[in-house]
Write a protein that binds this ligand. Structure first.
Ligand code: ARG
Length: 581
């Protein structure tokens, strides 16, 4: 039996088809979750496949039905319509699956996905340096972290790359101000980054009023770009301090990277890109700048992709082009996933189009390219979220507030927990709530940041799911989970609520598959929320520690499997979980 019954059936039907002359070697059964009324799964592929081969699909479905019945005892199967097959797991099938898969360890390495055995570079968080992280930096970090965990769980070889913006025009202004004020970096990183932010703001205001200042800043930038030793030294310090301040947040958010190859890493790699694009006649010089038009595209035929500025400097586009080549050559990337906000959709569309043509011209295999975009974080009134003074909300402050609110909630719900445990629970619940609120929304839309909704035990929230987990731990503590009954020979459920929970549990892999196919974590969130509900219904109806040993085994196993699924699911979303709260 496989962890994913979808792939179990897919493989089985392919094997069986090999002995039926009506099917060929390239047959794909296309097993999909079915409408609950008809069963658990359906094979959609027979109809279209035999249709294409000018065979009778219903005939083929009937033949498949016969051999399937002889080879499988776990599913009820029937032919439907002009050539579909519907599969419904028998109780014995669900129980056989549960026997094998009811601990988190038993899932490991058993789930295959579209990313199995592929090298996937995932580019997320990627903030610009010399500024603290604010609420606008939340989503890329949270969504990217969840997706990298999904892909890894789905058999991908993941490389997490933080593509920080460490080579922008901000440095001209910063260098000017550091020199003008004699700033010496003699403070703790958290203060230093604030000072740098202020220096930048002052400098930026200055360059707007004073053309002399503007020229000075520009010259400092040019000096940096030409490799001036003093400026390079200062630039390194700015980036080191920035990264230290990012790391405080990453640690709290449980986010880690394998690589931090910022934009500056590619500064000596952009020339090769300009040359290649010109050599293949993809890029042309237009008013001094190097640009790529896409004549076949309704907008990009007139609105080109600017890959080198008219002053000769590289930009976001040149760096991203060089980055793709590097990721393919150095990491052998089969796929690259970018997580940014939706305002960058045009950039990535143009980037991907350009790379496609460039690689084609050089007969290079093109990696799969995904732009995972998301909407804006809004306040409860539907406006972009800001502080009362109209400034961006600092991430550090936002996390503190989440934890403070979670602490209040915990004090109310569990006044008897020891204080240090309350603090730990509050950190897990607070940070988890922020992550879950973000992930449970379909990422392509904007989402409203509402404290009272997210830090709440009711609804599709982190506290609700974390509490469901703690409750199962409590049940297992009470129920002597080491009960040695084996459940050997149990072939059926004794109640409808047990059966419903059993079926819900084996749908975990389907929820994951959907999330991976669309790179959208909210499908998994929705599934976990439904699972917790199905579990509640079961637990309210069916007493776990019954006299009958077989029933007890079934119910304890359902509890364990629900726990394993909720814990695995939340950890895939990047949340920590608790045994007690
Ligand atoms: N630094 C960019 C920003 O703050 C995001 C970078 C995303 N990654 C990339 N390879 N373009 O918007």
């Amino acid at each position: 039996m496989d962890f994913s019954l979808e792939s179990y059936l897919n493989n089985k039907l392919k094997v069986l088809a090999a002995d039926l002359p009506i099917f060929g070697k390239d047959f794909d059964p296309e097993i999909r979750p079915a409408d609950e009324r008809f069963g658990d799964f359906q094979a959609n592929g027979i109809l279209s496949y035999l249709g294409r081969r000018k065979e009778n699909p219903r005939q083929g479905a009937l033949q498949m039905l016969e051999v399937f019945k002889q080879n499988d005892t776990l599913f009820d199967v029937e032919v439907a319509g002009p050539g579909f097959l519907n599969f419904k797991l028998k109780d014995a099938g669900v129980l056989a699956w549960l026997k094998q898969f009811h601990t988190a360890d038993s899932y490991k390495g058993h789930y295959q996905s579209i990313f199995s055995n592929k090298t996937v570079v995932i580019d997320y968080s990627s903030p610009n340096t010399a500024k603290r992280m604010h609420v606008g930096h939340l989503r890329s970090m949270v969504i990217g972290e969840a997706l990298q965990r999904f892909i890894r769980f789905g058999g991908g070889n993941v490389i997490r790359d933080n593509h920080i913006g460490d080579w922008g025009t901000q440095f001209g202004i910063l260098l000017m101000q550091i020199k003008a004020t004699g700033y010496s970096f003699n403070e703790a990183p958290e203060q230093a980054i604030e000072t740098l932010e202020r220096l930048y703001q002052d400098g930026s205001a200055l360059t707007k009023e004073d053309t002399h200042a503007l020229e000075t800043a520009r010259q400092e930038l040019v000096k940096l770009q030409k490799g001036d030793a003093e400026n390079l030294e200062l630039w390194k310090k700015i980036n080191a301090i920035s990264y230290q301040s990012f790391e405080v947040i990453y640690k709290r958010m449980d986010v880690t990277f394998d690589e931090v190859l910022g934009e500056s890493f590619y500064r000596d790699k952009v020339n090769a890109v300009y040359e290649a694009l010109q050599q293949h006649q993809l890029a042309v010089v237009d008013q001094g700048a190097l640009v790529v038009f896409h004549p076949e595209h309704p907008r990009f035929c007139k609105q080109p992709f600017l890959v080198r500025k008219s002053d000769g400097a590289s930009n976001y586009a040149s760096t991203d082009l060089a980055t793709i080549l590097y990721r393919v050559q150095h990491f052998q990337a089969d796929a690259i996933v970018y997580v940014t906000d939706c305002r960058q959709r045009d950039h990535f569309e143009q980037l991907f189009l350009t790379v496609k043509k460039w690689f084609q011209a050089e007969s290079r295999p093109l990696p799969e390219l995904y732009h995972v975009y998301f909407g804006t974080v809004l306040d409860a009134n539907g406006k972009a979220i800001k502080t009362r003074e109209g400034k961006p909300i600092q991430l550090q402050a936002l996390l503190d507030e989440a934890v403070r609110r979670a602490h209040a909630l915990i004090c109310e719900k569990s006044p008897d927990l020891p204080e240090d445990e309350k603090l730990h629970v509050a950190e897990v619940v607070g940070i988890g709530s922020i992550k879950y609120a973000d992930l449970s929304q379909e990422r392509t839309g904007n989402y409203r940041f509402e404290w009272d909704k997210m830090i709440n035990f009711d609804g599709n929230t982190a506290p609700y799911l974390l509490y469901a987990i703690a409750r199962i731990y409590a049940i297992l503590r009470k129920c002597d989970a080491s009960d040695t009954v084996s459940g050997e020979g149990v072939l059926s459920f004794s109640t409808e609520t047990e059966r419903a929970l059993g079926h819900k549990l084996l749908a975990f892999s389907m929820a994951l598959t959907l999330s991976l196919r669309e790179l959208k974590p909210h499908w998994l969130c929705r599934y976990l929320f439904e699972l917790a509900g199905t579990f509640s219904t079961f637990y309210n109806a069916d007493k776990v520690m019954t006299e009958d040993k077989n029933t007890r085994w079934v119910r304890l196993t359902l509890c364990k499997a629900t726990l394993a699924t909720l814990e695995t699911g939340l950890s895939l979303l990047g949340l920590k979980t608790l045994q007690r709260m």
